[in-house]
Write a protein that binds this ligand. Structure first.
Ligand SMILES: C[S@@+](CC[C@H](N)C(=O)[O-])C[C@H]1O[C@@H](n2cnc3c(N)ncnc32)[C@H](O)[C@@H]1O
Length: 399
């Protein structure tokens, strides 16, 4: 009988294997914040990527990193960080819930892992341990927005902040008001709304950290299943923070009729709201992050660290990182080829032939991890429609 069974023998327990660890949690009917201890098997992929990103960050920093898993749940994340990242420093796990903290302790013991435990409200923990952690992992229920000022206060320079948001309905524009309330930004539900969501989230974090004279570089960001996840390196300097906001915060303008889009820099800016292609009214999303959302070197180095064994999701991780690497140093937003074809009333041509034609004509053209039929290109919408039309197997409509 292990520690868990001794302590909780009246309760039904469940054993879960993930990565190199095995944890025990109380049985639950469905994955929800109502479960006594939260565990979501779908987040295994998120945790696998986090391990690679933290390993990479540790190499960049050049010393053992102290990590804080601020919303620990079952402890699976913190325990995996300790077991699967070589040579980490101290790992702290925190959770506000009695049950979570109890299972974090039990699971750490059963996996022979030494962790520091805290049972505090996240904002209080972050403020009390200002400047302590090299990695701060924020994986709450729903929105991380309530914690970003405390992270900005707490985080030290050159540290990395990892953030999950599961409130995609707000960030990606299904619900307008919650996005305005939580992220002080207007979302827009277009074919690239998950990218807009990621940019609103990064922009909100950049503005929150700016109060503390800190600015960010995005190392990796992805939209997977029901969540968005970011890896942000933090720097400190008031001048560079001002410069970063000037260069990286702005708005996207989008024409729902002809699919024209463009972006404007600045927080207070004059925005012409008429589409230059078709005179329709433009929709506006923002303020949001207009800077890089992927870092080529960081992602390339993460790829070299994917283990061949012990990782169920290796292939999926590699596919995601390949596409994220490809979309680094590219432009804002992408086109959905199916949407273009619906407007043109034509069958969909092969994605690769469209990408190749664009490149031959001298345009940037890449895939995007946000959408398997997405095209990230600096080609204007009229030319792109013509290329897609010409390559379609059964074009029926005159352009
Ligand atoms: C989504 S779960 C964490 C999952 C975990 N990181 C993982 O990878 O399995 C969120 C956890 O945050 C805890 N929590 C919720 N609000 C909190 C707060 N304000 N401060 C600290 N912990 C909180 C909950 O008890 C829950 O265990």
């Amino acid at each position: 009988m292990n520690e868990t069974e001794k302590n909780r023998d009246s309760e039904k327990l469940k054993v879960i294997k993930e990565g190199l660890v095995e944890i025990t949690i109380p049985e639950f009917e469905k994955i929800s914040s109502e479960a006594p201890v939260f565990y979501n098997p779908q987040m295994e992929f998120n945790r696998d990527i986090s391990i690679l990103a933290i390993q990479e960050c540790q190499e960049e920093i050049g010393k053992k990193v102290d990590i804080c898993d601020v919303f620990g749940g079952s402890g699976i994340r913190a325990i995996r960080y300790k077991k699967e990242i070589e040579n980490t420093g101290e790992i702290t796990v925190n959770d506000i819930s009695d049950d979570a903290i109890e299972f974090e302790r039990i699971n750490a013991k059963n996996n022979n892992t030494e962790l520091n435990f805290h049972q505090m409200e996240a904002n209080i923990l972050l403020r009390e341990f200002k400047g302590k952690f090299d990695i701060i992992d924020i994986d709450p229920f729903g929105s991380p927005s309530f914690f970003m000022d405390s992270v900005g206060y707490s985080v030290k320079k050159n540290a990395m902040v990892c953030v999950t948001a599961t409130d995609t309905s707000a960030l990606c524009g299904t619900y307008l008001e919650p996005c305005i309330r939580k992220y002080n930004a207007t979302p827009y539900k277009s074919e690239y709304c998950h990218e807009t969501g990621i940019r609103i989230l990064i922009g909100f974090i950049a503005l929150s950290f700016a109060k503390h004279k800190k600015y960010i570089e995005t190392k990796l960001s992805h939209s997977s299943q029901h969540y968005l996840r970011l890896y942000l390196k933090v720097k400190k300097s008031s001048k560079s923070t001002d410069k970063s906001l000037k260069e990286n915060i702005g708005y996207i303008k989008h024409c729902p009729k002809c699919l024209y889009r463009s972006s404007v820099k600045g927080l207070t800016t004059d925005i012409n709201k008429t589409c230059p292609e078709c005179n329709n009214d433009l929709a506006i999303a923002g303020p949001l992050w207009m800077g890089e959302i992927q870092n080529k070197e960081f992602i390339s180095s993460m790829k070299s660290k994917i283990p061949n064994k012990n990782l169920k999701t290796s292939k999926k991780v590699l596919n995601l990182l390949n596409t994220c690497e490809e979309e680094a140093n590219s432009i804002i937003s992408f086109y959905d080829m199916h949407k273009i074809c619906r407007i043109l009333k034509i069958s969909v041509p092969k994605l690769n032939s469209v990408l190749e034609t664009l490149k031959k004509e001298g345009f940037l053209a890449t895939n995007t991890h946000f959408n398997p039929v997405g095209i990230r290109t600096n080609c204007d919408i009229s030319r792109l429609k013509k290329i897609v039309y010409d390559l379609s197997p059964d074009s029926k409509t005159e352009l």
